[in-house]
Design a protein around this ligand. Structure first.
Ligand code: AMP
Ligand code: MG
Length: 424
């Protein structure tokens, strides 16, 4: 029973020279650990086949379904600020693209499927712990409505991978709007191949921003669209206390989806300087730095596409790209404040909302309150039950002052229902 998946391989077909055709390494005894039935159905895949031994063979890379064209994509990246000219899929393979029942195109890719020409001495494998972690956190982000790559499946390979100690090996099947990242463009920009950069941008526009195809300033508008999606994404992270941990340019997507759940975490006690990654000793990717790092990463993308801009006296005119970068903080702030207003129960805007939100966050910090629970208990406070929130604060009196101001602000939301105890 060979599974019929309707693959379309636009990346492999249209972007020759940006990848290496490659095959997954066979594994001894694949066993399905977890299958994402909801996602599989959305992608028009047969759950019956994927749940069968043939499904485990496919999801481990032992059987390549007809129509798939496995490739290892080339990309570079700034890692912790330093440029690595060649990263690429060292332990991943793009199997191909599928169209979901919503008509949207998505990549199906393996992570942990064995070494490739981009492995740089690595084993190309993944351990079961990080695979299940990526699966779980991706699903959680999706459930919260935050754009993310998702896992279709996790399989046990039946062989160990060797880290500090032997660990059970696993392969993740990842579903993504695409695997284009800032690093994909940097790879060819660094090799001074603007023609390849242009092919990639044209492809990215067709795939993610087709309305720009005939736009007279399509490259700068595409850059604006990428910046906008990422500004919205990182604002969503900040609102739920998510710290990505490795915001390198190779982990910043063009689609605006969260990718690569490595040493990421959700903050507990609110601390703007929180870092969870042991390799981030300088705090480069600390919680409060994320929007700044995103802008820095976008500046690397601007540099990569600068040669595509119109030229005057032989020099590219980069002002429109600079303008996007200069207005980025305000754009990000808008997304962030809009989200915070919602969390505070406000549906209208007032000048002082910014300060009200900032003061709440400052209180959480000085009082050492848990970020997620504080918001949850604020909802209880809106309904008149202040005790759980008060119990989180060392000094309940400072909370009372802030709550008073918050309630006055809530009252201005719906003056008809005047209440000092509850939100509207
Ligand atoms: P990541 O940390 O997963 O974003 O990966 C960064 C780069 O390191 C990418 O080029 C990966 O393909 C590569 N990489 C990470 N782990 C391995 C591994 N075990 N074997 C080969 N390449 C790897
Ligand atoms: Mg990565």
């Amino acid at each position: 029973m060979i599974m019929h998946i309707q693959f379309d391989n636009t990346y492999a077909r249209e972007l020759e020279g940006t990848y290496v055709p490659w095959q997954p390494t066979k594994v001894p005894s694949p066993k399905l650990l977890r299958l994402n039935t909801n996602l599989g159905v959305q992608l028009n895949l047969s759950m019956e086949v994927l749940n069968s031994p043939m499904g485990s063979a496919i999801l481990s890379g032992n059987e390549i379904p007809a129509g798939a064209m496995p490739i290892a994509q080339a990309y570079a990246g700034h890692q912790f600020g330093n440029f690595a000219p060649q990263l690429g899929d060292g332990r991943a393979l793009l199997l191909g693209e599928v169209l979901g029942e919503d008509g949207r195109r998505r990549d199906l890719a393996f992570k942990g499927s064995g070494p490739t020409p981009f492995s740089r001495g690595g084993d190309g494998k993944a351990a079961v712990g990080p695979v299940l972690r990526e699966y779980l956190i991706g699903e959680f982000m999706h459930a919260m409505g935050i754009p993310t790559t998702r896992a279709l499946a996790a399989v046990w390979t039946g062989e160990p991978v060797f880290r500090e100690r032997p660990l059970p090996g696993a392969i993740l099947t990842r579903v993504a709007a695409s695997h284009l990242r800032i690093g994909t463009f940097e790879f060819f920009a660094a090799r001074e191949e603007p023609h390849q950069v242009q092919r990639l941008v044209d492809y990215a526009i067709r795939r993610h921003d087709p309305q720009l195809t005939d736009h007279p300033h399509q490259y700068q508008e595409w850059f604006r669209a990428v910046a906008d999606r990422q500004a919205s994404l990182v604002a969503r992270w900040m609102l739920v206390g998510f710290i990505h941990g490795v915001m390198n340019t190779d982990n910043t997507t063009i689609s605006g989806e969260t990718i690569d759940y490595g040493p990421c975490a959700f903050m507990e006690a609110y601390d703007p300087h929180a870092v969870f990654s042991s390799i981030d000793s300088q705090g480069r990717y600390a919680y409060h730095n994320q929007p700044h790092i995103l802008r820095w990463n976008l500046a690397r993308l601007a540099e990569a596409i600068a040669p595509l801009m119109n030229t005057v006296s032989g020099k590219p005119v980069v002002d429109p790209l600079v303008e996007v970068l200069e207005t980025f903080p305000a754009r990000y702030h808008d997304y962030w404040l809009t989200g915070l207003r919602k969390k505070l129960g406000l549906s209208t805007s007032e000048q002082g909302d910014d300060a009200l939100a900032e003061e709440w966050l400052a209180l959480l910090h000085t009082q050492g309150a848990d970020y997620t629970l504080a918001w949850r208990y604020l909802a209880d406070a809106a309904e008149g039950n202040v005790r759980p929130l008060q119990a989180m604060f060392h000094e309940p009196s400072v909370l009372s002052l802030w709550l008073k101001r918050w309630r006055m602000r809530l009252d201005r939301e719906c003056p008809a229902v005047h209440s000092t105890e509850s939100s509207c």
